[in-house]
Design a binder for this molecule. Structure first.
Ligand code: NAG
Length: 386
């Protein structure tokens, strides 16, 4: 169906180059660099004080291609980013590999899912990809208008990327808005030029949701990339999952979010056992407020910190252990245990990296604590030996 609706656009403007030696048709690609196509723009939109335009680089990252629907100003900023300046930079970060330790399979009653090709260890890289489509979040265009521009964005991608995009899951199944439908079902949010953009990463889109996911993701806007790492050990043929919903919210709020945003009813174990899951969250909350109390009469102990970590793991919240490990590192330091501090500061840094990436601000603090525990203000702050 989409093939019939496809708008036909000139990929290159052709001119005749007459020279002493040859007389041939040559594509002009220079004037739009780093874009391979002439940008196609909406009118000026008052609400964002700019037009929005489609920018495509069809040869981006070894012919994967990328289309961005954004303001001319943000497009200029994106054009300056390393991945568009230096084609080797993505490969040097392992981004857009031909294959990884995962494959897509049809799962009974679940549609498509991603399975581990072999055993994975906590921290192993699973996917690292740039988006096919990035689109400025807005509420200004009508649905048909938006569809028109997003269709141009997808049409201008190389064939295999376009087909990959259009093969992804949809929510409404209405072919006249298929490009938006794919975004609705598959997009992540990426901040570019201070504005939220919707981003579709076709490979990663196949990962299903779990409230106790075994993998964690982060976005690295400077590389225009999305990374997924194993949050705990994963066995061969186990499904790889990430969380689409705020994991620490009560189960009713998570359910509501998933239904509203993705139109599905969550059936993972933390959703099926909502009451138990809420009670566990309450325990986690209580332990965290106790461990976060640094007043003189606080009774927080390393036992509480260990209990907190256990609770996270029992709930399958391995992907979110940064907070628990952080509390443990500080609590061990507060009772003067260098070994405990080192162990948990290292784990906190690792968990922060899976969740926020290697340039996360919190990393410095955990590394500092690990290397010089006695220098930290938490050193021997608590009397109890726990
Ligand atoms: C498209 O992006 C690549 C980086 O992957 C860059 O090397 C190339 O010059 C860009 N194309 C144009 C026309 O600028």
């Amino acid at each position: 169906m989409w093939r019939e609706m496809r708008l036909s656009f000139n990929i290159f403007a052709f001119i005749t180059v007459a020279s002493a030696h040859q007389d041939i048709l040559q594509p002009i690609t220079t004037n739009y660099a780093p874009w391979t196509h002439q940008p196609v723009c909406t009118e000026h939109l008052d609400a964002i004080d700019s037009p929005l335009c489609v920018y495509t680089n069809a040869t981006f990252s070894n012919g994967r291609g990328i289309s961005i629907f954004t303001t001319p100003q943000i497009a200029e900023e994106v054009a300056e980013l390393l991945p568009l300046q230096d084609p080797a930079i993505l490969a040097s970060h392992g981004v857009n590999p031909d294959e990884g330790p995962w494959h897509v399979r049809e799962l009974p009653g679940k549609g498509m899912g991603v399975l581990a090709k072999h055993d994975l260890h906590r921290g192993d890289r699973i996917t690292a990809y740039t988006p096919c489509l990035l689109a400025h979040m807005e509420n200004v265009l009508s649905t048909p208008e938006r569809e028109k521009f997003w269709r141009i964005a997808i049409d201008q991608l190389p064939c295999h990327s376009k087909e990959h995009y259009l093969s992804l899951a949809t929510i409404y199944g209405d072919p006249s808005v298929v490009n938006q439908d794919v975004v609705k079902a598959n997009a992540f949010e990426m901040q570019l030029g201070g504005q939220m953009h919707l981003a579709v990463f076709p490979e990663t889109s196949r990962m299903n949701h779990a409230c106790s996911p075994n993998a964690q993701y982060y976005l690295e806007p400077s590389l225009l990339a999305h990374f997924v790492h194993a949050a705990r050990d994963i066995s061969k043929d186990e499904e790889i999952t990430i969380s689409y919903a705020p994991p620490m919210q009560p189960h009713r709020a998570r359910q509501h979010y998933l239904l509203d945003a993705f139109h599905f009813t969550c059936t993972c174990s933390r959703c099926r056992n909502g009451k138990a899951s809420d009670m566990a969250l309450e325990e986690i909350d209580n332990l965290q407020s106790s461990l976060g109390d640094w007043s003189a009469d606080s009774t927080a102990s390393v036992k509480n910190a260990e209990a907190l970590i256990r609770k996270y793991k029992e709930e399958g919240l391995d992907a979110f252990l940064d907070t628990a490990y952080g509390h443990a590192a500080l609590t061990y330091n507060a009772v003067g245990s260098v070994r405990g501090t080192e162990k948990y500061a290292k784990l906190a840094a690792e968990a922060v990296t899976f969740k926020y990436g290697p340039s996360a601000a919190e990393l410095d603090m955990w590394r500092e604590l690990e290397s010089k525990p006695q220098r930290h203000s938490s050193w021997r702050r608590r009397k109890s030996i726990g």
